[in-house]
Each structure stands twice: as C-alpha cells, then as structure tokens.
Write a protein that binds this ligand. Structure first.
Ligand code: AMP
Length: 396
C-alpha cells in the first residue's frame, strides 16, 4: 500500500509518500509559507532532483491539492493516479489522555483531538486543518492519527504528576505528557532488537537530540518517563528552548524586564537554549565551529547541553534500576560525535566504554561501545514518517 504521511504545521506541511511494502519513500516534500503571498512547494521524487515551485497557497487545502498534483505530475510525479494512495497517516502533536495509541480518524476522533486543542494551541489546530483538507480532497481514503504523546501514556502517575495541588490535575489535566513519542517508540524497539535484547525484558534509554530534544526511559518496551512535560519546553536544553528552569524565573524576568507572560514564554521557547546561551546559533554545526575557534559562550552552551543529557540518563538509570542500551538519535544525536563522546565520558560509573573510531560514524545504525562495555551505546537513526506509515497500515 502507498501511504501519504502528513505533518501539518501552522504555516507549513511536510509530506512523504511511502510504499509500505518496500518501506521506501517515493517522494518527500514540504509546503512552506502557507497563507502568505508567496508560498513554496519543495518536492523531491525518489532518485530525482528537487523541484521548487513558487506559488500562492492561501490555505492548507490548496497546499494539499498542490501536493497531490505534484505526486501525479507527468515529469516529477511518482504515481499515475491518486487512486494508488491507500491511506493517509497524520502526525498529531497532542492526544492528551484520550489517546494512548494511534487511531483511525472518524468525526468523533476529530472532536476528541479538538478537545485537546488547549493543551497544544499552536500545533493541534494546524494538524486538524491538515486532516480536514485531506478529508475534503481524498474522499473515502482512510486516515489515521498518530500522536506524539501516545507512547508516553504508559508512564505511571509518580512520573507524570507534578507537585501541584491535585485538583489542578483533575480540573485542568496539568501533568507530564511527553512528546516525540513516535520517535521514542520506533528507536527504542529498534535499539533493543539491535542490541539482541528481548523487548519484554529490556531497559532502553533513548536520547532524541534534535532541534527539539527529549530523553525517555523505556522499560520492557513501555515508556516509564520522559524529559518533556506538559509542553515540549521542559527537560533538556534545546536549540532555542530553555528546558528545565526554576519556575520563579518567569515572574522575575517579567518584573525586571517589564515583559508580559506571553513575552517571557516566547523568550523561553524561541530565544533561549543553545542559541540564547551561545549568541551564535541553535545549530550544533555552528556551535562546533565557534567552539573550535575559541568562542567561550558556545563552549558553555555545548557543555551545559551535554551535562543535562548525562544527568537525565543518570536519572533514568535510577528509574529503571539499570540500563541495557542507550540510543542516540535525531539530528544532533545521529551526527554530532562530540556530543556523544562527551555524554559517554559521564557514564564511566556504568562501565560504558566507547570506541572513538566507531563514534565518528554519522546517521547510521551502529554500536559504539567496545565488547567489554557493561552497557551498550548505539546510534539508531529515527524515521518518524516510516513509523507513522507502519502504524497507519497496521491499523487498517
Ligand atoms: P532535527 O530536529 O532532528 O532535524 O535536528 C536538527 C539539528 O541537527 C540541527 O539544528 C543541527 O543542530 C543538528 N545537526 C544536523 N547535522 C549535524 C552535524 N553534521 N553535526 C552536528 N549537528 C548536526
């Protein structure tokens, strides 16, 4: 079956058409600047050149229709007719407590996703726009919602509750949800398999280190804790997000800098993290270059990032009373050997020894530890789109 995977943001729409039998992406692309005067469709057929179309996409429905046109286009399309698309898999950011697994999209499911809108006001409405646009343009094609939060619904209350008055959980559902669930689920399973473990009897820590970054503790195939929380702002220091801070800082900044709560939240989400600390970039490639040329702030940002990762790993080793395999994934985790090396330097107490030559690898599935290492450490590339396509096919 050919599955169209859609990841719809407020002004962008990423897509992949995946052949579920071969698990190959037949085409990948993105619509950017939807709703603006000038929009772009960037479409790359498998084995072909990237095509960039400059056009105007007033809304997401127009964007979806342009994606469908690109997929059947005579010169850069990859299928002859839209009838070849057997299903659509949608990434949905927040499923609240309602969704502990992926689900076939019905009117009721759409209402339930809408019910989670206030938990992810920037993301869920955009995801729903994508779902509705596809429903209008691809009548009768089954659709599946795959939630970023679902995998973490197995966390026990002691991991997901905050130390707030209990009725804030009951009234407002304030709790840890966790994100990047599709990636944590996919990578933890693959890492356990790769390490030769029986998933039902395994302790895996997944370090999803990208522009957004989170760590999870996966015990016997189930997430029991993760570093992102009520929103994706908590936990690790990220590209532009602060990660964990003392909540009192919000009031303090607000008063000292005469900023509204919205402005402080914007600061914590978009102007902090590695970017805010280094004053160089949110991209680890730039941070590495700056560090190498002696930039102290870039070095501090890098050190803080690594230190926080190592501390979360330590916390999750305690939570699981041990660990069998630690997997690095996503843009930084798969590519930045220095991040992996420096994190592993903190893990001597676990008996971790990595092979520095192997650690130079990038973006490939590889075991980094030496045979005598007590805990295995690997790179396990994530593939959220493939995971969404698999979930979609499995449900149908
Ligand atoms: P992601 O959010 O998973 O797409 O990851 C994006 C991030 O990966 C970028 O912002 C970079 O910081 C990082 N990244 C990508 N390639 C490299 C590389 N070769 N070396 C270090 N970091 C990289």
């Amino acid at each position: 079956m050919k599955v169209l995977v859609i990841n719809c943001g407020s002004s962008s729409l990423k897509y992949q058409l995946i052949d579920s039998e071969t698990e190959q992406a037949l085409a990948v692309g993105i619509c950017e600047r939807i709703g603006q005067e000038v929009s772009y469709l960037k479409h790359t057929p498998n084995g072909g050149d990237k095509v960039v179309l400059e056009t105007s996409m007033k809304n997401h429905e127009i964007a979806v229709s342009m994606v469908l046109e690109a997929l059947i286009n005579d010169s850069y399309g990859v299928i002859k007719s839209l009838d070849e698309i057997g299903a659509v898999g949608h990434r949905v950011v927040h499923g609240g407590e309602k969704f502990a697994a992926s689900t076939i999209i019905t009117d009721e499911v759409i209402k339930a996703i809408e019910g989670c809108n206030d938990l992810a006001p920037l993301h869920n409405p955009a995801n729903l726009i994508g779902i509705r646009a596809c429903a209008n343009l691809m009548e009768g094609v089954p659709m599946v919602a795959v939630f970023d939060t679902a995998f973490h619904q197995t966390m026990p209350p002691k991991a997901y509750l905050y130390g707030l008055p209990f009725d804030y959980y009951e009234k407002h559902k304030i709790r840890k949800y966790g994100f990047h669930g599709t990636s944590h689920s996919y990578v933890s399973k693959k890492a356990a398999e790769f390490a030769g473990l029986d998933i039902e009897n395994s302790k895996v820590i997944v370090c999803h280190l990208g522009n957004g970054a989170s760590i999870s503790a996966v015990l016997n195939g189930k997430s029991i804790d993760t570093s992102m929380g009520f929103t994706p702002l908590s936990g690790l220091v990220m590209g532009t997000r602060s990660g964990d801070i003392d909540p009192s800082i919000i009031e303090f900044i607000s008063k000292r800098e005469n900023k509204t709560i919205d402005q402080v939240m914007n600061l914590l989400n978009k102007e902090s993290g590695v970017w805010g600390m280094s004053e160089v970039s949110s991209d680890f490639r730039d941070i590495n270059v700056a560090m190498d040329s002696g930039n102290e702030k870039a070095r501090l940002a890098f050190e803080l990032f690594v230190y926080r990762v190592a501390k979360y790993i330590g916390g999750y080793v305690a939570a699981m009373n041990g660990v069998d395999v630690i997997a690095f994934t996503a843009g930084v985790g798969e590519n930045d050997h220095k991040v992996r090396e420096w994190v592993c330097e903190y893990l001597g107490y676990l008996g971790v020894t990595i092979d520095l030559e192997k650690n130079k690898a990038r973006g490939v599935e590889i075991m980094l530890t030496t045979p005598e290492s007590k805990v295995k450490v690997c790179i396990m590339p994530t593939n959220e789109e493939l995971a969404i396509a698999r979930e979609t096919v499995a449900l149908l």
